[in-house]
Design a protein. Sequence first.
Length: 440
Amino acid sequence: MDIKRIATDAVNETIVMTVVHMDYKGQVAKRINEKMPLATVKGFRKGQVPKDLVEKQYGKAIKQEEVKKVVDLALERFVQSERLNLLGTPLAKVNENFDWDAEELTFEYEIGLVPNFEIDLEAKNNIVKYIVTADDKLIDGQVERIQKQFGKAIPQEAVVADSDLTGTFSNEEKGIDNTTTIALSTFNKATADKFIGKKVGDVVAVSTKGLFEDDHQLMDYLKVGHDDVHGLDIEVNFTISAINGAELAELNQELFDKLFGEGKVASLEDLKSKIKEDAEAQFAQQADQKLLLDVQDFLIESTKFDLPAEFLKKWLQTVGEKKLSAEEAEVEYARSEKGLRFQLIEGKAMAQSNIQITFEDLKAFTTNAIRQQMAQFGQTNPTDEEVQGIVARVLSNQEEVKRLSEQVVAEKLLEVFKEKANPTTKEVTYEEFIAASYGE
């Protein structure tokens, strides 16, 4: 058998395989002999059919099967021996006039190659690393929410300025149907005024445009997706099902202990300090995520390389349970190209920075994540035995291991990016961070 590579360009090649009779005749003869005792041809007893008739009836199919085995194995070994770094898998070129009776059988496979490129993690950039602070407005608002949450609800006959409303936002055309509780003060003033004096059962029509100070609150109260909230300008109905005032909970030691554990918070000053600490820890995670996305975008934009695009579009038509049309594959490629480019850049960055993931890294990351989740549900002091039991169960699931490994890689890369990319540091409030993140 003769196998060779023919390059079209740096990322596209064709593997040409020429198969001769000697490559498969022995296995074909063996299969024919195995078939003879089982062959049935009219006019002959089972097992008494002449060999030439058996070959005539079964020989072509057997030959095709055995040639395919030879070609598949040779292709696999060739890719390994040549150390080809492929995107997708080899695609057989279709030959409608293929002659199975020819002395030499030629098969061609298109392949797409991972491009060679370099990345510069230290290239000049305009990336900003945000330090997000919790300002007094945010902290005071959270204190009030705590007092309302743990205070006493007082039913009201009609809506007044400080009412809390329970009701349902609805818009049939957009599929909005969400029941929620919301403080009247959350709305803009013009909308809030529409509710004054309304009673249970009343329906108030409101516009989503400018409904809240931050459009992202539409995601919480209307359950609208993030991609839809920007500039959303529709009318929704709010059907009132309950109206309550609030007798605010007293800020005392009993409440502090209930919230944070005995003796950990002893005053309003301590409470505000704790709120600030927790909020800024959460903001730091969001800021890191934005930094990672900004670095990804910068590297994708600044790292130029060609992909075997046409090959990948054809390959996409052949994979998956549902075969794609050429048009569907075009759409899928456009959707996934950016992710593929960063996947290649990420691999190169890991290699350049000698980043490796060990089981201990994965275990430590999972342990920390489990402790954070338990703390969110009020389990602030779980035993090591409890935590490690959960960790062991999580890491026994291969899908979870894959997901967590990707997060560990992202965390390690983030540290490299912080060091190498040397982003500009900027301190902002949470409102300013949201505006910077979403262009508002």
